[in-house]
Design a protein around this ligand. Structure first.
Ligand SMILES: [Zn+2]
Length: 358
């Protein structure tokens, strides 16, 4: 594996430990959370999300085995929760044999739209490395190898609305909040621990990507997280957050939404608006600002009343075009962006030959 992974789980409370890969400016390095039972030597564990590859999942399993003081070798993951169906949160499901796998009903229905590990590996290997999409997927997904040893493993239990579970004395609430990031998102609330696992409703220190949207729905899901009154929020990617961090993130989503709506109302073509948003990036220290193009495309689809299934590869291709443009500008020593405020760019930004992905 050519990138660092955590050597330890981070204790959020005595019963809640987080696996937090340092995934700044990457795709696929998602967080997982382990919940263990309250009694000493408890054998029960619940895992929120599973890693992207077999190797990452085995490393996480070894760290879980080091928790607790059972002579038999640590707690056993008997329940897996998938916050949503993206592979970086679910490809490792099959490496917890016998565990109940719980997701929302909407997530289970949506899974057929997700690429399997083999399809993703095929996309990376089969793409033209000289194209923007090919270079991008090789850079961001090629690092995970051929995704051998993992496969799509569907939930064994689904629900709509809310479900309450108990992990040997630790209360767990699963709350459906989708469509937001995807069609079938849930958040995991641990009320006595003061923790919410947000899945990819929330990103930290990288620009978010949201496939279902619209942004208003994602912001509403953020408010649902805050309504739980957590002390700590574990985002889908990036370091743990305070409620104030999540509030700031939710406010940003609304600002971005307003800028996209202004652009749409003014008749701006999507590639022009996306270029303006990226040029006016209000958080340049966050990674992957090319994802703003995906957010704009998804919002445009909603504004245009398009309800068909989004072309995920097309959306990644759109982001790849903008990443390529910025890299080219940097290589030429140009400043890729004017001093623009969010969404307040000029008409002079060239549209280029960008697919709309829709
Ligand atoms: Zn993710």
């Amino acid at each position: 594996m050519s990138f660092p992974l955590p050597h330890a789980l981070q204790a959020l409370t005595p019963n809640v430990h987080a696996w937090l890969p340092d995934g700044h400016a990457t795709w696929g390095m998602a967080n997982c959370v382990v919940v263990t039972g309250r009694s000493p030597g408890s054998g029960a564990a619940l895992l929120v999300d599973t890693p992207y590859t077999a190797d990452m999942t085995r490393r996480l399993r070894r760290l879980i085995a080091g928790l607790g003081d059972r002579p038999a070798g640590g707690p056993e993951v008997r329940t897996v929760i998938n916050t949503h169906g993206n592979g970086d949160h679910s490809y490792g499901n099959g490496l917890f044999p016998g565990a109940e796998i719980i997701a929302t009903e909407a997530n289970a229905e949506h899974l057929c739209a997700e690429p399997s590990p083999a399809e993703l590996a095929g996309l990376v290997a089969g793409s033209d490395p000289d194209s923007a999409l090919g270079a991008y997927v090789r850079q961001h997904f090629g690092r995970y190898g051929d995704f051998g040893g993992v496969s799509t493993v569907h939930p064994t239990r689904t629900f709509s609305g809310e479900v309450e579970l108990d992990v040997d004395g630790v209360a767990v609430r699963l709350i459906e909040v989708g469509p937001a990031h995807t069609a079938g998102d849930l958040i995991v609330h641990l009320p006595e621990e003061g923790v919410v696992c947000a899945g990819d409703v929330v990103f930290n220190e990288d620009h978010p990507v949201h496939w279902a949207g619209p942004l208003e729905s994602v912001e509403r899901a953020c408010r649902r997280i805050l309504d739980c009154g957590p002390r700590v929020v574990v985002p889908g990617h990036g370091p743990v957050m305070t409620p104030a961090d999540v509030r700031g993130y939710a406010d940003y989503l609304l600002e971005l939404r307003a800028a996209v709506h202004r652009g749409h109302a003014a008749g701006r073509p999507l590639p022009v608006l996306a270029a303006e948003l990226i040029a006016g990036d209000p958080y340049p220290h966050w990674g992957l600002n090319e994802r703003m193009a995906i957010l704009a495309a998804v919002e445009y689809r909603a504004l245009d009343g398009e309800t068909g299934r989004a072309d995920l590869v097309g959306l990644v291709g759109l982001a790849a075009e903008f990443a390529h443009r910025q890299e080219t500008a940097r290589g030429l020593g140009q400043d890729p962006g004017p001093d623009a405020r969010l969404g307040a760019g000029a008409d002079s930004v060239a549209a280029g030959s960008v697919r709309t992905g829709g």
